[in-house]
Write a protein that binds this ligand. Structure first.
Ligand SMILES: Nc1nc2c(ncn2[C@@H]2O[C@H](COP(=O)(O)OP(=O)(O)OP(=O)(O)O)[C@@H](O)[C@H]2O)c(=O)[nH]1
Ligand SMILES: [Mg+2]
Length: 618
C-alpha cells in the first residue's frame, strides 16, 4: 500500500522567505537571496510530519496576485489553481508572510484564502520585526483570517514544528478558513488587508530610521552610483590580488603532478594523454578556482545583505536610458555567474519585449567561465605594475573587460529597443528588502555550491572535450623529419586550417582557431585547449613543464592577445546558452539571431583591437 502524500504549496509575495522555509522543512538547498524574484520555477521536495507520514512540498515563485503579470507568476497561479499539466492540485497551502510588510503581503493572502483550501499562515521573519521594534499579535491575526497563524523564523528554524503540527491538523480536518473572505475586487482587498494588519500590531517603535539613513546614502542619486561603481572596482581588484597566492599554489601543484606522472608512467600513448591532455588541459582551468570563489564571495555578500536590490534600484535609472528597466538588473547580474540562470531569471520580467532584449544581451555580461580566459591572457601580457596605492594594472584591465561587456550590452539594448524589440521602458516597482547581516553558514554553503559546480564542469565537460581534443591533436602522427608541427599535422590542426582564413585578418593564428572550436562547449575550454596544444607541440619536457602563461607570452604578439580578449567579451561561445535561449523564446529564431550578432560583434571588436594595437606599434 502506498501512503497518501498530501501536496502542500508554499505561496506568498516575493522575498517573504518561502524558499528559506522550503529548505528548512525539506532539507533542500534552493537558492535564497535577499531580493524579490529569486525563485522562478516550481520546485518540490519531501518532508515528514511529526508522526513520520510523508508529504510533498512545493516552493513557488513569489507573486502579488493570482492575475499573473509575468511568466513566473503564471507558474504560481497554475499550480495553486490546479491547472498545471501533469500535476495534482495542492491539498493545502502555507501562505508565507513577511511580518514587517504585513499590509502588503496580506493583499495576496486574502485572495489565496478565498480559495477555501486548508491553509496555515507562516508569519515569517518575526526576528526582523522584533529587531525593528514591531510586535505582532498572531492570535488576533489568526482570528481575523480564520486560519492558524504561526510565527516563524525560517532561517533559524524557529516555529517549524508548530507550523507542521498546524498543517497536519488542517489537512486531517480538511479545514479551510473559518470565515468567508472573498473580496471581489483589489481595492476592497487592499483596504481589508490594511485593516487586518493594523489590528494585528501590538506595538511599534520607529527604529526603521537606521534603514532610512543607510538608504539615504546608498540610494542617493549621485553618491549611490559612485559607491556601487567603487565597490565593483574593489571586487575586481580583489579577484586578482587576493587570488594570486592560491592560484600560484594550485599551479605549482598541477606542475608537480605533471612531473610525477612523467616520472612514473612509461613513455607512450597513456602518458601523453595524462600529462598533455588531462593535467595540462583540465589543470589549466582548475587553477582559477580561487578567483571564482572570491568573485562569488562578494556577490553572495551583496545578495544576503540586501544591497543587491538597492543596486538594481540605482541601475534602474541608468537602464531606463537604454529602454530597459531595473527588473533586468537581477537577471543581468546573475549572468555574471552564468548566462543560463540569468536567462531563466528573466521570467520575472512581465513585458515581452523587455524580456527578449534582456535575454539577448545576457551573454554579454562577463560570466565566470570567461574569468580563466581573461586571467590567463592578462597574467601573461599585462605587466603587474601598480598604478596607484592598491590599484594594479592587471585588475584594472580585468575591470575594463567587464565594463566593456556592460557597455556593449547597453548599446545593443538601445539598438534592439529601437528595432526588433521596439517599446518604451516599463516602470519598476520593487520592495526594498531589509538590511541583514549575512549568515556565515549560508555564505559558506553558497560558496561551496559554486566551487562544486565549477569543479564538476572541469571534471565533466572540460575533461571530455580536452581528451577529445588531445586525440584529434595526436593523430595522425607527424612523420619524422616533417617541417610541420604535430598540432598542424593533426586532424584538429587541419580542421582549424579551414577556420584560419576567417580569423587571420583579426590576428588569430591557427592555434587560436583550433582553441575556438572546442570552446563552443564551454569558454574555459579555450584555456585547456591552448594548454593541450602547446603541451603536445613542446619540443622537450622542460618546455612542456612551463605554465601556459609563459608559453603564450613567447608565442603571441601583444595585439593578438588583446584581440583575443576582445573576442571573448562578445563571442557566444557556449552551446548551453543558445539552448536555454531556444527554450525560453520557444523557437530557433532568437537563438540564431543571438549567435549571428554576437559572432559578428566579436569579429569586429577583435579586428578593431588588433588593427589599432598594430598601428600603434604595440
Ligand atoms: N532574518 C530572517 N531572514 C529571513 C527569514 N526567512 C527568510 N529570510 C531571508 O530573506 C531573504 C529572502 O528569502 P527567500 O527564501 O529567498 O524568499 P522567497 O520568498 O523564496 O523569495 P522569491 O523566491 O523571490 O519569491 C533571504 O535573504 C533569506 O535569508 C527569517 O525568518 N528571518
Ligand atoms: Mg524563493
Amino acid at each position: 500500500m502506498t501512503v497518501h502524500q498530501p501536496l502542500i504549496a508554499l505561496v506568498g509575495n516575493p522575498n517573504a522567505g518561502k524558499s528559506a522555509l522550503f529548505n528548512a522543512l525539506t532539507g533542500a538547498r534552493q537558492k535564497i537571496a535577499n531580493y524579490p524574484g529569486v525563485t522562478v520555477e516550481r520546485k518540490s521536495g519531501r518532508f515528514t510530519f511529526a508522526d513520520g507520514r510523508p508529504g510533498e512540498l512545493i516552493d513557488l515563485p513569489g507573486s502579488y496576485s493570482l492575475d499573473p503579470t509575468s511568466p513566473d507568476e503564471a507558474v504560481t497561479r497554475d499550480v495553486v489553481m490546479g491547472r498545471q499539466t501533469g500535476e495534482r492540485r495542492p491539498e493545502a497551502l502555507i501562505i508565507v508572510l513577511d511580518s514587517a510588510n504585513l499590509d502588503q503581503h496580506l493583499v495576496f493572502a486574502l485572495e489565496l484564502l478565498a480559495l477555501g483550501l486548508p491553509t496555515v499562515v507562516a508569519l515569517n521573519m518575526v526576528d526582523l520585526a522584533e529587531r525593528d521594534g514591531l510586535t505582532l499579535d498572531a492570535a488576533r491575526l489568526a482570528a481575523d483570517l480564520g486560519v492558524p497563524v504561526i510565527p516563524t523564523v525560517a532561517v533559524r528554524r524557529r516555529g517549524l514544528a508548530e507550523l507542521a503540527a498546524a498543517l497536519d491538523a488542517v489537512i486531517l480536518a480538511k479545514q479551510g478558513p473559518h470565515a468567508p473572505l472573498g473580496e471581489p475586487d483589489m481595492r476592497a482587498r487592499r483596504r481589508r488587508a490594511e485593516h487586518i494588519a493594523n489590528s494585528a500590531i501590538v506595538s511599534q517603535t520607529d527604529s526603521r530610521r537606521w534603514t532610512d539613513r543607510a538608504d539615504g546614502v546608498l540610494l542617493h542619486p549621485f553618491a549611490g552610483p559612485i559607491i556601487l561603481f567603487a565597490l565593483l572596482f574593489i571586487i575586481f581588484q580583489a579577484v586578482f590580488s587576493w587570488a594570486t597566492p592560491f592560484a600560484d599554489a594550485l599551479e605549482a601543484g598541477a606542475a608537480a603532478l605533471g612531473e610525477l606522472a612523467t616520472a612514473t608512467i612509461p613513455e607512450g600513448f597513456f602518458r601523453s594523454m595524462v600529462v598533455d591532455g588531462v593535467i595540462a588541459g583540465v589543470g589549466s582551468v582548475v587553477v582559477f578556482l580561487p578567483q571564482i570563489i572570491i568573485l562569488f564571495f562578494f556577490i553572495l555578500l551583496m545578495e544576503a545583505t540586501g544591497y543587491m536590490a538597492r543596486a538594481a534600484f540605482i541601475m534602474d535609472r541608468m537602464m531606463a536610458g537604454v529602454g530597459l528597466s531595473g527588473r533586468s538588473f537581477i537577471p543581468l547580474l546573475s549572468s555574471f555567474a552564468c548566462a543560463i540562470p540569468g536567462i531563466m531569471a528573466t521570467r520575472s520580467i512581465s513585458d515581452e519585449k523587455d524580456r527578449l532584449t534582456t535575454i539577448l544581451i545576457a551573454p554579454l555580461m562577463t560570466c565566470s567561465a570567461r574569468l580563466p580566459v581573461y586571467t590567463v591572457i592578462i597574467a601573461a601580457f599585462i605587466p603587474s605594475t601598480a598604478i596607484g596605492p592598491g590599484i594594479g594594472m592587471q585588475g584594472l584591465v580585468l575591470f575594463g573587460l567587464y565594463v566593456f561587456g556592460i557597455i556593449g550590452a547597453m548599446v545593443v539594448a538601445l539598438v534592439l529597443r529601437s528595432t526588433v524589440a521596439k517599446g518604451g521602458a516599463s516602470g519598476f516597482l520593487m520592495e526594498m528588502p531589509k538590511y541583514q547581516l549575512p549568515r556565515l553558514r549560508d555564505l559558506a554553503l553558497g560558496l561551496w555550491q559554486r566551487a562544486a559546480l565549477f569543479l564538476r564542469r572541469a571534471g565533466t565537460i572540460i575533461f571530455a572535450v580536452t581528451i577529445g581534443l588531445w586525440l584529434l591533436l595526436t593523430y595522425p602522427q607527424v612523420p619524422e623529419g616533417s617541417s610541420m608541427s604535430q598540432s598542424e599535422y593533426s586532424a584538429a590542426g587541419r580542421i582549424a586550417g579551414l577556420l584560419e582564413p576567417v580569423v587571420a585578418p583579426i590576428g588569430f593564428s591557427r592555434d587560436i582557431a583550433l582553441a575556438l572550436i572546442p570552446a563552443m562547449a564551454a569558454r574555459e575550454v579555450a584555456v585547456s585547449a591552448l594548454a593541450t596544444t602547446y603541451a603536445i607541440d613542446a619540443p622537450d619536457e622542460e618546455t612542456a613543464a612551463l605554465a601556459l602563461g609563459e608559453r603564450l607570452a613567447g608565442r603571441w604578439s601583444l595585439p593578438t592577445a588583446l584581440a583575443f580578449l576582445a573576442w571573448f567579451v562578445f563571442a557566444p561561445q557556449c552551446i548551453s546558452t543558445i539552448a536555454v535561449t531556444k527554450r525560453e523564446t520557444n523557437g530557433w529564431k532568437w537563438p540564431m539571431f543571438m549567435l549571428a550578432y554576437l559572432f559578428g560583434l566579436a569579429w569586429v571588436a577583435a579586428g578593431i583591437t588588433f588593427w589599432t594595437a598594430t598601428a600603434l606599434g604595440l
